[in-house]
Design a protein around this ligand. Structure first.
Ligand code: ZN
Length: 228
């Protein structure tokens, strides 16, 4: 039995879909923690260490908050406000996740004088998105999607102006995977397991981005030369 989402409400997943929504992100919590710790270990200086922390926290927070939200929304029934709160957190963490995903590229690469402002501006956008969720959560879904895409694309303009373009191809591939995933994000109740499929796109894109960050921004210089 499946229910169409009311025009102003949320789609109610079947229990199989609920389970899939939980597991598709729960399985990534441990890899996210291990991956973050690895980047921290590979850091050569303080700035790389801080960036590994920021990126790692964004990565872990995304999968943890998402898993908790989906568990709460699955097991809820009497805890409406708790579910609502976690749904807001689930949406807010996406803004910080986008900022955290760009942070290694913005922090660890040489940027022009104007472009370097994106290092803090992206966090301002994340804060703006969070305030928006507080005020208008679920009211204007198109605006919300527009914010996500703006935040996802505007730092790309800065990043592509860098002198060192190593890894930008992978960065773009990851971005493309997120964009393809949005089709499923918007297909709740139309395509079965649409939200879990969206989760898999997020997981794949995050893995591609992690790989690029690990390979191009964190692998030690001597190791890199050996592979040339
Ligand atoms: Zn989700």
């Amino acid at each position: 039995c499946r229910f169409r989402a009311p025009a102003n409400g949320r789609y109610k997943p079947t229990c199989y879909e609920h389970a899939a929504n939980c597991y598709t992100h729960a399985f990534l919590i441990v890899p996210a923690i291990v991956g973050s710790a690895l980047l921290h270990r590979l850091s050569d200086d303080c700035w790389e260490k801080i960036t590994a922390w920021i990126y790692g926290m964004g990565l872990c927070a995304l999968f943890i908050v998402s898993t908790v939200f989906h568990i709460v929304s699955w097991k809820k029934s009497h805890l409406r406000t708790v579910e609502h709160c976690f749904h807001m957190c689930d949406r807010m963490v996406i803004y910080f996740f986008i900022a955290a995903s760009y942070a290694p590229w913005l922090n660890l690469r040489e940027l022009g004088p104007l472009a370097s402002h994106m290092r803090w501006f992206i966090w301002l956008m994340a804060a703006g998105g969070t305030i928006y969720v507080f005020l208008y959560h679920e009211k204007y879904k198109v605006v919300e999607l527009f914010f996500y895409l703006t935040m996802g694309f505007s730092p790309a303009l800065v990043v592509t102006s860098m002198n060192n373009t190593d890894g930008l191809q992978e960065l773009a591939y990851g971005g493309l995977i997120y964009c393809l995933g949005v089709v499923f994000f918007k297909s709740d109740g139309i395509i079965p397991f649409a939200h879990a499929i969206w989760h898999l796109f997020v997981a794949t894109a995050a893995a591609v981005h992690y790989y690029a960050i690990w390979k191009y921004l964190y692998r030690s210089p001597t190791d890199f030369i050996r592979h040339l």
